[in-house]
Design a protein around this ligand. Structure first.
Ligand code: ZN
Length: 428
């Protein structure tokens, strides 16, 4: 592994650590864009007469579009890249307090397709967005992160569940509430008061008086790490799909600003993308409409554009190889994967696939393809949603991983950098 790749992986590991929730991921991306000279636009402002330049716009603090406006877009189109900011996790319920046998626990909702067994016996923390009232009765939203481990979900001992290794099921209502502390008898604790204490300690100037509401998730405090006797693997939470967000951002930042390029990272993919900040919402279309002077020119622009939708793929697992089609089992560290599905669960077609293959060849990066076994259901991602909404040529790609939706997923230590090299070339 050469120095640039080493630095790239170190930065990816930092990004994963700073991004326990979509809100934090957007905040990290925003900072990088600011540092690179991107100017922030607000949806509520007028964009009339927007000059050529590099801009970004956020929605709901959990989705972002960054773009470079250069030549006439109707004549050239946009090179676009899409990814999603959310990952399956456990979210804290609005009235979460549960007190049993001296233990203070939090009620949680399962967000997306969580691989639940992996959440037991981990050192968990809590992060997200809190909206509070100040002493002047103003409403303020702020990101918070406890950072240290403050919760865990203990397994039941094997002696009390003899069938656990052959027949383990997880009840989402009763088995998951994490324990966060022990309370003396007859004492109670309001979770919002606990949050208020944290905000007051961390941001005394925020003048917080009362926590009204929050969107908080649990996350594993174990940092991302390079693993393996020869450092072949990258293990972390939220590789799906923060890895693609980071790769896309780096490729955009290192690309030529004289091209029309665009990065869109949306929320709520893991629950179907139907939200104002999800890929089925109007965010991307609305931004593109505002960057084009007429409906006809937007149609011309889209016909000349391309979208690469990047989301991780399933690498063939050596212990479960029969879960893959024998000819389409992507291998970690053998390059990005083109995802194909005849039933349009992926938006790839032969033309977009050929363009991507050619980019990989020019970047001297290996490339693989994935098709699900014909007797199994196929997953999906934002590619088909964007393709159907905009009518833009689209391809679904991603790096191969193990244990998708586990609290700790595994990718190849080479693949993120491979994908970066291809996307940098695409944007240039
Ligand atoms: Zn994903």
């Amino acid at each position: 592994m050469d120095a640039p790749q080493q630095t790239f992986n170190d930065e990816l590991i930092d990004f994963l650590k700073c991004s326990p929730t979509p809100f934090h991921a957007i905040d990290s991306m925003r900072l990088s864009l600011e540092q690179a000279g991107y100017k922030r636009l607000f949806e509520a402002d007028s964009w009339q007469g927007l000059e050529a330049g590099r801009y970004y716009v956020c929605r709901n603090d959990s989705a972002i579009i960054a773009f470079s406006k250069a030549a006439d877009t109707a004549e050239t189109g946009y090179k676009m890249l899409g990814a999603h900011t959310d990952s399956p996790c456990l979210k804290i319920k609005p009235t979460p307090e549960i007190c049993k046998h001296s233990y203070y626990q939090l009620g949680v909702e399962v967000y997306g397709g969580v691989l639940l067994n992996t959440w037991f016996d981990r050192d968990l923390s809590i992060a997200g967005r809190v909206t509070f009232k100040t002493t002047n009765d103003e409403l303020v939203s702020q990101l918070i992160d406890f950072e240290k481990p403050v919760a865990m979900i203990p397994s039941l001992a094997i002696h009390l569940d003899r069938d656990v290794n052959t027949n383990k099921t997880v009840n989402q209502q009763t088995d998951l509430p994490p324990i966060i502390l022990q309370l003396p008898k007859d004492k109670s604790l309001d979770f919002r008061d606990l949050l208020l204490q944290l905000i007051k300690a961390e941001s005394p100037k925020a003048d917080a008086a009362e926590v009204l509401d929050y969107e908080l998730s649990l996350y594993d405090t174990q940092a991302a790490a390079i693993v393996g006797f020869h450092n072949d693997f990258l293990c972390s939470a939220r590789l799906d799909n923060l890895l693609s967000c980071f790769v896309g951002l780096k490729a955009l930042l290192e690309s030529d600003s004289n091209k029309n390029t665009l990065l869109v990272c949306t929320d709520h993919e893991e629950v179907g993308s139907v939200s104002s900040s999800g890929a089925q919402g109007p965010f991307l279309k609305s931004v593109l409409e505002r960057l084009t002077d007429s409906a006809e020119n937007l149609s011309r622009c889209m016909d000349r554009s391309m979208m690469i939708s990047a989301d991780n793929a399933h690498g063939i697992h050596p212990n479960f190889a029969d879960k893959h089609d024998a000819n389409h089992g992507p291998i970690l560290n053998k390059g990005p994967v083109i995802k194909i599905n005849a039933n349009q669960r992926y938006a790839t077609n032969s033309e977009t696939s050929a363009v991507f293959r050619e980019l990989c060849a020019q970047a001297d990066v290996p490339v693989q393809s994935f098709v699900v076994r014909s007797d199994m259901a196929c997953g999906s991602t934002i590619g088909p949603i964007v393709a159907a909404d905009l009518g833009v040529k689209t391809i679904d790609v991603g790096v191969p991983t193990f244990a998708m939706h586990s609290i700790r997923e595994t990718a190849g230590a080479w693949d993120a950098y491979y994908l970066f090299r291809v996307l940098k070339l695409y944007f240039s």
